[in-house]
Write a protein that binds this ligand. Structure first.
Ligand code: 4NP
Length: 154
């Protein structure tokens, strides 16, 4: 199974989801069976490490994002990944516009799929520290449920 998380810049929300899910898959003994990645719909941050604020908040909860580098999503990703999960409705719209007719990937809104308290992971880029904590809270909640789904599908 291959899972791709997508946000706008690939420096805050989707790299956090990548790090959290990878950690939870390791804990569940599924790290060898699921490939996890993240990408942005935008191109501005290609090649950059995650935002320092995201890295710091994640590390305090045990997730090391430092080796990850931003990349831009492409239509070829719909052939490579099984599940593409968007962080907000705008990301989902942009992904639908990129989606080729025969792509194998299932495309969904991450939080809505797992019935979290809200449908979108709010963009924390222009927020204070609290925004990054909220991003982690929502992503941890949905990732626990995603691991359960993946266990059932493997
Ligand atoms: P992300 O956050 O989509 O969660 O990575 C953002 C990062 C950068 C920008 C916007 C959102 N930006 O405008 O540069």
């Amino acid at each position: 199974m291959r899972v791709l998380f997508v946000c706008l810049g690939n420096i805050c929300r989707s790299p956090t989801a990548e790090g959290v899910l990878r950690h939870k898959l390791r804990e569940a003994g599924l790290a060898d069976q699921v490939e996890v990645a993240s990408a942005g719909t935008g191109e501005w941050h290609i090649g950059k490490a995650p935002d320092k604020r995201s890295q710091r908040a994640a590390l305090l909860r045990g997730y090391d994002l430092s080796a990850q580098r931003a990349q831009q999503v492409s239509s070829a990703d719909f052939a490579r990944y099984d599940l593409i999960l968007a962080m907000d409705e705008s990301n989902l719209r942009n992904l639908k516009a990129l989606q080729p007719p025969q792509g194998k990937a299932e495309l969904d809104l991450f939080l809505r799929r797992y019935e979290a308290a809200v449908d979108e992971v709010p963009d924390p880029y222009y927020d204070g520290e609290q925004g990054f904590e909220q991003v982690l809270d929502l992503i941890e909640y949905a990732s626990d449920r995603l691991v359960i789904e993946l266990k059932g599908r493997l």
